[in-house]
Ligand binder design. Sequence first.
Ligand SMILES: [Ca+2]
Ligand SMILES: [Ca+2]
Length: 162
Amino acid sequence: HWSPGEPNNANGEEQCWMRFKDKCFLFKGKGNDIHGTWFFARDWCKDQGANLAIIDSQDENNFVTSYLKDLQHQTWIGLSDLLVENQYWSDGWPVFFTQWGPGEPSNLQDEGCVSMHAAFPFHGTWNDTDCAVAKSYICKISYGTAPSVPGFDDPPRLTGLV
Ligand SMILES: [Ca+2]
Ligand SMILES: [Ca+2]
């Protein structure tokens, strides 16, 4: 029984569970909460006016990792190499920071979507995995605009891929 005009999710603010600096994170997949493939997660986040989360720094990775214990063992973030094999791109943003686990990205069976390990000993590290597996996921809203970096003026976008 929504009130008139609700749910309006104004600016994504009503979905903002966790704020970190000028960013807002939404962690999905706790307990019986929704899980999905990498594509489902990406689209779900977009529907909220957000993006599947890109981790920009060690500080941010630590922040996100501190909440992973509440989620399933692996949690989608917004990186894949679906566009160019072995080149990892966020959805339209250049990648400045990575936190690969030992031996990753391994590209086993052409895996191409990146999730974070929740469990020890690889807690908080990244792994390229099968995009079709249902996992928990993290949406993020970044306020402001993407930084401009020489050579990254026109990063490839995954928008057209399904
Ligand atoms: Ca790959
Ligand atoms: Ca892997």
